[in-house]
Design a protein around this ligand. Structure first.
Ligand code: GLA
Length: 354
């Protein structure tokens, strides 16, 4: 399918085709730029990418979401348009020696836009992996993820952490990536087979580059400077007790980072011990912390989460950067259909993603 789309757009067979999944984070939000743990898993939806290098500096990008081809160049800077992610990936593939030219690229995506399911990380990681295959490079998936984060941080100007890139580069559906974002060491943890990690879009769309993510990151930077510690998530209770000199909002952001990191460590242990009640409880506590301490939820999403639990999920929480997007709920597989129907009938804007 992606081959045919590429051939139609560019009149030639692509040299490389691959699939990159989206991700949903089960717990561990806004911990990945604060030295803490995260627990994302890959979802079945994602991006197909087809790519051929060109013999000039031009980058031409076709996407099933946009009518027009986008033509960019290796000397481009970001222009705040959809093709920035693909263009940035090719530019950084050239900077790092994975490629020596522009490229023709076709992308088809099944990920809803603005859902917080890491479509931008999937575009960048997918293109970098295609470039790796074509150049027979020995870069590891972790090194690809680190390079992909540089595209976001340095080219796009989005100060994100490393979770999304690591998740889409390494995680698989059915397994969660228990990642230490400080050392980048990780374990793949099997998810319980009789539960579904349901992803429901709230109907409120978001864009990280809007600036609110940056504000939270800057608030964490204020706390890091105060404590003289780059890893906010790893502060001790004694450290926290000394935070009274900080503005109330910064104290709350810090408290979220510390508690969310600890919940994530416990959540991994709960999954391994097959204690899904505890795992669900930790998801609920995580949502409450995002609502009350990190202050990144919306009232409509708080209601969606509490209804998800009332209707039978073991736990539920908003997932991703915040201010809209999706919730994730841990639902007994046998109850999925009825649960979903009841939840969506209460929330007219919400829709099932996977
Ligand atoms: C976005 C960022 C990630 C992470 C999450 C919040 O998805 O890209 O790096 O910070 O928000 O957990």
């Amino acid at each position: 399918m992606i081959e045919m789309i590429f051939e139609k757009a560019f009149g030639a067979t692509p040299q490389m085709c691959l699939f990159t999944p989206g991700r949903v984070n089960l717990i561990g939000e806004h911990t990945d730029y604060n030295g803490g743990r995260v627990l994302p898993t890959a979802i079945g939806l994602g991006l197909d990418i087809a790519l051929s290098p060109r013999d000039d500096d031009t980058i031409v990008i076709h996407s099933n979401k946009f009518d027009e081809l986008s033509t960019r160049s290796l000397s481009d800077t970001a222009q705040d348009i959809w093709s920035d992610y693909a263009a940035g990936a090719i530019i950084f593939a050239n900077k790092s020696g994975l490629m020596k030219s522009g490229a023709n690229i076709a992308i088809t995506t099944s990920l809803p836009f603005g859902a917080g399911l890491s479509s931008s990380a999937a575009v960048i990681v997918g293109i970098l992996k295609a470039a790796r295959e074509l150049s027979n490079s020995s870069l590891s998936d972790t090194e690809i993820a680190v390079l992909a984060r540089r595209v976001e941080n340095e080219f796009i100007g989005m100060p994100c952490g490393i979770m999304d890139q690591m998740a889409v580069a390494i995680a698989r559906p059915g397994q969660a990536l228990a990642l230490d974002t400080k050392s980048l060491s990780y374990d793949l943890v099997d998810l319980p087979e009789d539960y579904h990690m349901a992803v429901i879009h709230s109907g409120h769309f978001r864009q990280l580059s809007e600036g609110r993510y940056k504000i939270r990151k800057e608030e964490c930077d204020v706390a890091k400077a105060f404590f003289g510690h780059n890893d906010l998530c790893l502060l001790s209770d004694e450290d926290l007790a000394m935070s009274s000199g900080l503005p109330n909002a910064i104290q709350k952001r810090t408290r979220h980072c510390v508690s969310e990191h600890r919940r994530t460590v416990e959540a991994v242990n709960a999954i391994i011990a097959d204690d899904i009640d505890r795992f669900g409880q930790l998801m609920i506590e995580s949502h409450n912390s995002m609502r009350d301490d990190f202050e990144i939820t919306l009232p409509e999403i708080d209601l969606l989460v509490s209804d998800a639990v009332t209707l039978g999920a073991k736990g539920a929480r908003m997932t991703g950067g915040g201010f809209g997007g999706c919730i994730v709920a841990c639902v007994p597989t046998a109850d999925m259909q009825a649960w979903q129907e009841k939840l969506l009938s209460r929330h007219s804007k919400a829709f099932f993603v996977c």
